[in-house]
Design a protein around this ligand. Sequence first.
Ligand SMILES: [Zn+2]
Length: 266
Amino acid sequence: MSVVQRKAMLKAEGFFPHKKNGKGTSIIYSRKHPSAKFVRVVVDSGIDSKTGKVIGKVGVKLCFINRQKQWREITTEVFTTNTGLVKTIRAQEAAEKFVKTCKHCKAKKFTAKSGNVVCANACWTNWSGNKKKTTQKKPQKNPPKIKAQKSSQKKSPRNLQRKTVQKKRQKLQEKWTINLQPGDLVTVEECTKDNTIANDYSGKILGIVASVHSDAYGTTRVQWTANASSLEEWELPKYAVEHRYKHSLSWNRFKVVSRKVNWVKA
Ligand SMILES: [Zn+2]
């Protein structure tokens, strides 16, 4: 399989080489999808950019370019040889109509790192922004979201309440924990004092656990990837340890959706 032949086929198919490959050393080619807006046919040539030699099969996939100009893979990359190249390109082009479309903004959906199929524009972040502009703006503007959450959380009445409670040294009734691990997919549930779930946000809120600290609260950092609920960012859970006090009626806590793990009384 000659390099010349492969390059000639790509050129004949209207592809142009990219200057960079963020993931490897091979030359990436792309061009517009023949009919779908913002969709590009992307080809990993399998030709090493330094040596000019073939280092692998040629891979073909479709990417959707979202509003932030990020390239989102919307089909699975298919690898082939020179002989199958044109056929694979046609197959990928045809696959476009089977890629789901976001009903809200018409963007293509893609499989996020979380494993969930979500809108390539992440348009849900705008919905919550529209609902409560004043409260949502701050955390969204600052890239280190966790810090922004913390500062706004300090002002929240619930936390003030917690501080007063601590001052009064109310008796800790129970301590519950959940064994969270980085990479866990989590949603939110509202648990009441009699251990019933008053609200389950599965399907509305989704996040990926980034880290869990071994401090007294099990402080947990979560990358929230979707929130179609009415909960504000500061209302989302942050701890893998629950300190239940007598006065606690209900609270929002993590619910792991990617594996079976429950809250247990410590
Ligand atoms: Zn959308």
